[in-house]
Design a protein around this ligand. Structure first.
Ligand code: PEP
Ligand code: MG
Length: 570
């Protein structure tokens, strides 16, 4: 057996065979051929298998995610059946005596270049479709496996270099029991999604793909951040027992599902959940969530070939509000960029995407994208307890501008005779240090703050949240972070506003006592962290934690903070 250490990104233990989700090597040696018919036959066979696979993926996507998303695969299927694309490949084989691989690659590249340079956005998207499909056909020509998460039909643990949020969205919970990746951190979006899918996961292990082969038996321990390859019989037995203990622990936690969250000294706080889609609400309610503290709307925009319409968005927001039945739902407007890309928007490549043209910066420059979302939200506000917040606010001007557009759309809807909630709270995410520092000025204008520590930590410490090389600097308990968080909470309270936190830190067992002492009002976390957090808070005294506040804020290192908190809470 081999042990690989990474970062525990989603708790629980999974035991199954490995499924390598890595793009295979698609390189080949060019050669001259003397039997063109044989090459044409190879090409036709590879095209036929690819079509069959795409039909299956399309059907799976339609069932699991919806018609809209399945449409991407219809576009891919069209490419494979298009004679204008396929005939030139065959002609190339006969006229130039080349391998099917060469004909496929050269013809596809010619079309990709042509489409990429067109003015029309629709045509530019076709270039991406051709690129995707060509890889699949090439893999079949070369006889190498082209992995497809949607086609997995037995219990596996997915092993990948990295998983994009849209890869993660495709994972079938029935068969994918866990995953392990080489890169990423606890706050990369695939890790966040693993938690909402309740799939045990270890990320940032550096060597998962290099060490684990297809079909190897593996154990993923998401609690400890360990992956065990080829476990011995004893290890298997020990982990099966741990798995059982974890299940029992969950049953204990579940007893608090319908209880409010009170501390030992009778103080109440709100425990809310972070969600990515309306389907996640079920998990929120099953885990005793008292609200949704962050709805990451960007997942509505992913895995598609075009922007979602205003009506589609309205349906999604309304569904979340109705399912939450009057409980608060904080919806964040589009936060695209960073590790969340949208192919169809064709944004320029950036050197530092996390510091670039993303989130509110993009929306304020692209009102044709922003306004339909705001309209959908305003219309949905009539169906529940909605609060809107803007992501990545760095300046007061950005907030004012976003709020003015929101108010403008409110007026438009009212004059169109549409119903809109009268008392809609509008807040911001505090995830940029500039905003945390002048929170006092912001507090006069916003209705609430939600502290996004996933980004706030990376920007304060200048340590990329996706980069495991600098993960030692990614320190939630660093006094610099605690001072910023405190500043935001104090600023909110001085203006009679509330402060929540929707970064992963809000569900962290060492941070929870500190945040309680700083006076945080709302803790929003992965749904599966809610019951452990409620259990922990019932044993904590807010008064006592508050008495440590000044001491903690004056400390010099994260290590001192952790030691101090552990000694007083364990
Ligand atoms: C954050 O930055 O803390 C946050 C909640 O937003 P996201 O993780 O989506 O960037
Ligand atoms: Mg963020």
């Amino acid at each position: 057996m081999t042990n690989i250490q990474g970062i525990g990104a989603s708790s629980g233990i999974a035991i199954a065979k490995a499924y390598q989700l890595v793009t295979p090597d698609l390189s080949f040696e060019k050669a001259t051929i003397d039997n063109p018919n044989e090459q044409i036959e190879r090409l036709e066979k590879a095209l036929a298998i690819s079509k069959e696979e795409l039909e299956k993926i399309k059907e799976h996507t339609r069932k699991e995610i919806g018609d809209e998303h399945a449409e991407i695969f219809s576009a891919h299927l069209l490419v494979l059946s298009d004679p204008e694309m396929i005939n030139p490949m065959k002609d190339k084989i006969t006229s130039e005596n080349v391998l099917a691989e060469t004909a496929l690659e050269e013809t596809a590249n010619m079309f990709i270049d042509m489409f990429k340079n067109m003015d029309n956005e629709y045509m530019r998207e076709r270039a991406a479709d051709i690129q995707d499909v060509t890889k699949r056909v090439m893999a079949h020509l070369l006889g190498v496996t082209f992995p497809d998460p949607a086609l997995i039909n037995e219990e596996v643990i997915v092993i990948a270099k990295d998983l994009t949020p849209s890869d993660t969205a495709q994972l079938n919970r029935e068969f994918v029991k866990g995953f392990a990746t080489d890169i990423g951190g606890r706050t990369s979006h695939s890790a966040i999604m693993a938690r909402s899918l309740e799939i045990p996961a270890v990320v940032g292990s550096k060597e998962a793909t290099g060490t684990i082969s297809q079909d190897d038996m593996v154990i993923v321990d998401g609690n400890e951040g360990t992956v065990i390859v080829h476990p011995t019989e004893e290890e298997l037995a020990a982990y099966r027992q741990k798995q059982e203990q974890f299940e029992q622990q969950k049953e204990e936690w579940a007893k608090l599902k319908d209880e409010p969250t009170f501390t030992e000294d009778g103080e109440q706080v709100e425990l809310a959940a972070n969600i990515g889609t309306p389907n996640d609400v079920e998990g929120v309610l099953n885990n005793g969530g008292e609200g949704v503290g962050l709805y990451r709307t960007e997942f509505l925009y992913m895995g598609k070939s075009e922007l979602p319409t205003e009506d589609e968005q309205y349906d999604a927001y309304k569904s979340v509000l109705e399912q939450m039945d009057g409980k608060p739902v904080v919806v964040r407007t589009l936060d695209i960029g960073g590790d969340k890309e949208l192919d169809y928007l064709d944004l320029p490549e950036e050197l530092n995407p996390f510091l670039g043209f993303r989130a509110i910066r993009f929306c304020l420059e692209n009102e044709q994208v922003f306004r339909p979302q705001l309209r959908a939200l305003l219309r949905a506000s009539a169906h529940g307890n909605l609060k809107i917040m803007f992501p990545m606010i760095a300046t007061l001007e950005e907030f004012r501008q976003a709020k003015a557009i929101l108010n403008d759309e409110r007026e438009n809807l009212i004059s169109e005779g549409k119903e809109v909630a009268g008392d809609l709270e509008v807040g911001i995410m505090v995830e940029i240090p500039s905003t945390a520092v002048i929170a006092k000025q912001f507090a006069k204008e916003v209705d609430f703050f939600s502290i996004g520590t996933n980004d706030l930590i990376q920007y304060t410490m200048a340590a990329d949240r996706m980069n495991e090389q600098v993960s030692y600097l990614y320190q939630p308990y660093h006094p610099a972070i605690l001072n910023l968080v405190n500043n935001v909470i104090e600023a909110a309270h001085s203006e009679g506003k509330w402060a929540g936190m929707c970064g992963e830190m809000a569900g962290d067992s060492i941070a929870i006592p500190i945040l309680l002492g700083l006076g945080l009002d709302e803790f929003s976390m992965s749904a599966t962290s809610i019951l452990p957090a409620r259990t922990q808070l019932r044993g904590l005294s807010k008064k006592k934690m508050k008495s440590y506040k000044e001491k903690l804020l004056a400390m010099g290192t994260a290590e001192e903070v952790v030691e101090f908190v552990k000694e007083r809470t364990e």
